[in-house]
Design a protein around this ligand. Structure first.
Ligand code: ADP
Ligand code: MG
Length: 723
């Protein structure tokens, strides 16, 4: 350490304490570890049991052992081929010798020089009859202050290793910080009374326990505290941002009940009671001078679009505009068309804006409102009509949040499949820009926000990552929908599933076949591989299985117009079978399709399979879902049985959370939670407690003026700022 004797404080940059090579600097930067505080907050991912105490003469390859002896040779050098800097030492315990090697840590050889009495721990390797331990944990066995970590007597923390930085690097350096009591000098951001109430250890105790536990139970207690802390602060951020957004105010949108009654009377169905409850909650929100911030969570086919249409109509009646954003062009187009269906008879114009085209309905006013025909127009023309209020409803993709989209009076923002968008995109759209505001600087108000998702989210996740939104569940399917008959198909019985497809196609229905997910860290590569497997599967089906029918193919590598053409061919029934990668997952509505088969079903989450199944649960006809297994482990069959039996997606999302962990849930990437925080999402009681505590504080002190420590901690966290 360069600063021997100097007091170590939280904000000290690591580079002022230790010499870091450029590779290490880059890695630390990527991990957002700059200071002492950051490094102490970098937690182990697991712990290893201490190795058995042994003599070198008795060591066997691959054993994890603890050895005590003297260093008899020690040098810092570079590896022969790759020139990696390393430290190398020889350990002698009287029964034999063994080589210790630390890659990227040549200083270890200096620290543990010839004559040092040490204890080491690690896995024994054997090569050319010589034994060694790579990156062992080591400490002086007598004299000198010793780092607290990696002590062979305690559990060894294991940190995720990255380029140039091994788990041992973390263990060693964090050990030095703990040895110099840096962890005792951090202020604990969790209020004392709150810690007392939930029996959470202090920050300094937790840091010690998490990095240097004697027992696993100590580590668990520390992890629990960090999890609570994360969820608590995430909620504090969400609730504070919600408060500051709502402070901006929004137009009251009050629609006469009679008009809304006439609007819904034309629907070819009556609303389910869940839809009616959602509509009531939304209309109450819209009539307030504070912006609605609501998440409508409804299983596939539960009828969210109709609810969105009613909210849009209430907005139109108040002379305000609506932005309706969908994650893909296919979906945007579909919403555009269904909104034309809802609004054509009222003489309300509807626009569509995507990256590749702009459209408007009606194509010509003179052509009348009943044709449902729409036409291409130029972007400039469309934007002009939106800015002057002639087109009050604009449906679109991300194109909706481009800078040049100005509104006359944006009153309501609807976001479909909201988990596909980041919170910042959501807010960019919600902020909207009204043309007149930018011109004459009138007081800014913000639009109401209705977000929707068909991805069932466990309650804990909804309470954290969507903690700024009120939640409404559409937990009821329209009457007359028959549950989809779902079957796990063993490899030998495929033909049975194909027979059912043939029978359905003969009845005039259609079928989806979903190709397996290919796990690939690089998304581009993943798309390419999936496209390839979908292509060969489509070919096989066309030639070997369904030569008498038309088989189509859609995947993520197709150009947009190709995708659209395929979807159009399928919608208009020129194709009988559609082979698809998971691009079909979201929202697509083709009521005539009654069978879906999923290849490699075990590779998908339960909630996602449920989503696929939703594609064929869109009418009153009996539908079928077949799950083909790529691997037939008992565990995957047991897991898939849950899909066979479950009736709703919420139940499955909870199961996914318990079985596969929170990491596989939609939306987790944007959550800002660490692995420890995500683990906490399995614990509903704790999440509810953390949220309730955060809400209590924001209620009484919305800007946290009276809570300086909390305020300081939040300013460390990246948040969205509203202008
Ligand atoms: P999602 O919630 O998945 O977005 P949609 O809004 O696309 O569902 O609705 C699915 C289908 O159900 C549509 O064809 C829609 O017209 C129909 N639908 C919506 N509400 C009802 C209802 N209350 N009764 C019967 N059918 C309905
Ligand atoms: Mg939908």
């Amino acid at each position: 350490m360069r600063t021997i004797g100097k007091l170590i404080t939280a904000d000290m940059p690591l580079g002022s304490l230790w010499r870091l090579n450029p590779e290490q600097e880059a890695t630390l930067e990527k991990l957002h570890i700059a200071t002492v505080h950051d490094l102490l907050r970098h937690y182990p991912s697991r712990y290893e049991e201490p190795g058995q105490a042994k003599h070198i003469a008795d060591c066997a390859a691959l054993e994890t052992v603890t050895l005590t002896g003297t260093i008899t040779k020690s040098e810092a050098r570079r590896a022969f081929k790759k020139k990696t800097p390393l430290g190398e030492a020889t350990l002698d315990d009287g029964t034999g010798t063994l080589t210790l090697i630390w890659f990227h840590q040549p200083y270890m050889a200096k620290k543990f020089g010839v004559g040092a009495q040490v204890q080491v721990r690690g896995q024994v390797r054997e090569r050319n009859k010589k034994i060694s331990i790579i990156n062992p944990d080591i400490e002086f066995s007598t004299g000198e202050t010793t780092p607290l970590l990696g002590s062979p007597k305690s559990l060894a923390p294991v940190y995720p290793a990255s380029a140039g930085i091994s788990s041992q690097w973390f263990a060693y350096h964090i050990g030095e910080l703990l040895g110099r009591r840096a962890h005792e000098r951090l202020s604990d951001p969790l209020p004392d009374d709150l810690r007392a109430r939930y029996k959470l250890p202090s920050l300094s105790a937790s840091l010690f326990y998490v990095h240097a536990p004697q027992r696993l139970s100590d580590a668990r207690a520390a992890q629990k505290r960090f999890a609570f802390e994360e969820v608590f602060f995430l909620n504090l951020v969400r609730l504070r941002d919600r408060e500051s957004y709502q402070e901006l105010g929004s137009p009251r949108l009050a629609a006469p009940e009679s008009a809304l009654g006439q609007f819904t009377a034309r629907f070819p169905f009556t609303l389910t009671s869940a839809q009616a409850r959602a509509v009531a909650a939304i209309l109450t929100d819209l009539a307030r001078p504070r912006p609605m911030m609501r998440l409508l969570e409804g299983d596939v086919g539960s009828g969210k679009t109709a609810v969105a249409a009613i909210a849009a109509y209430a907005t139109v009646l108040s002379g305000q505009e609506i932005a309706y954003m969908a994650p893909t062009e296919i979906l945007a187009r579909q919403h555009f068309e269904s909104f034309i269906g809802y609004f054509a008879h009222l003489g309300v114009q509807v626009g569509l804006i995507t990256g590749s085209e702009c459209r408007k309905f009606p194509s010509k006013i003179s052509a009348g409102w009943r044709t449902e025909e729409h036409t291409h127009i130029s972007r400039a023309q469309l934007l002009k009509w939106v800015a002057n209020g002639e087109i009050p409803i604009l449906v679109g993709t991300h194109a909706l949040i481009q800078k040049n989209v100005l509104w006359k009076a944006l009153g309501l923002v609807i976001i479909d499949e909201q988990h596909r968008f980041g919170i910042s995109q959501r807010m960019a759209l919600a902020r909207g820009k009204n043309a007149e505001h930018t011109q004459n600087n009138t007081k800014k108000s913000v639009p109401h926000l209705l977000t929707m998702t068909a991805t069932p989210i466990p309650r804990t996740l909804a309470l954290t990552i969507y903690g700024d939104l009120d939640l409404t569940l559409l937990d009821e399917q329209p009457v007359g929908r028959k549950p989809v008959i779902t079957e796990i198909i063993p490899e030998g019985e495929r033909e049975r599933a194909y027979e059912r497809m043939r029978a359905e196609i003969e009845e005039g229905r259609q079928a989806f076949i979903i190709c397996p997910r290919i796990e690939e860290p690089d998304p581009e590569k993943e798309l390419a591989l999936e496209a390839k497997s979908a292509k060969s599967e489509a070919k096989r089906l066309q030639i070997d299985i369904f030569p008498e029918y038309e088989v189509g193919l859609v995947h993520g590598k197709l150009h947009l117009h190709e995708k659209e053409q395929v979807m159009k061919d399928f919608t208009e029934r020129r194709l009988h079978v559609l082979v698809s990668t998971s691009v079909i997952e979201v929202g697509v509505n083709i009521p005539n399709a009654t069978v879906i088969a999923i290849e490699g079903a075990e590779r998908f989450g339960l909630a996602q399979i449920h989503q696929f199944r939703g594609r064929v649960a869109r009418s009153d006809k009996q539908a079928y879902c077949f799950l083909f297994l790529g691997s037939r482990s008992a565990a995957s069959v047991a897991r898939l049985k849950a899909v066979v039996n479950a009736k709703n997606g919420f139940e499955l999302a909870e199961k996914d959370l318990q079985i596969r962990g929170a990491g596989t849930l939609g939306g987790s990437a944007q959550s800002g939670l660490s692995d420890i925080g995500m683990e906490a999402l399995k614990n509903l009681k704790m999440v509810e407690a953390a949220r309730a505590e955060a809400a209590k504080i924001i209620d009484s002190d919305p800007t946290l003026a009276a809570h300086p420590l909390l305020h300081e901690r939040l300013s460390r966290t990246q948040t969205i700022h509203f202008e």
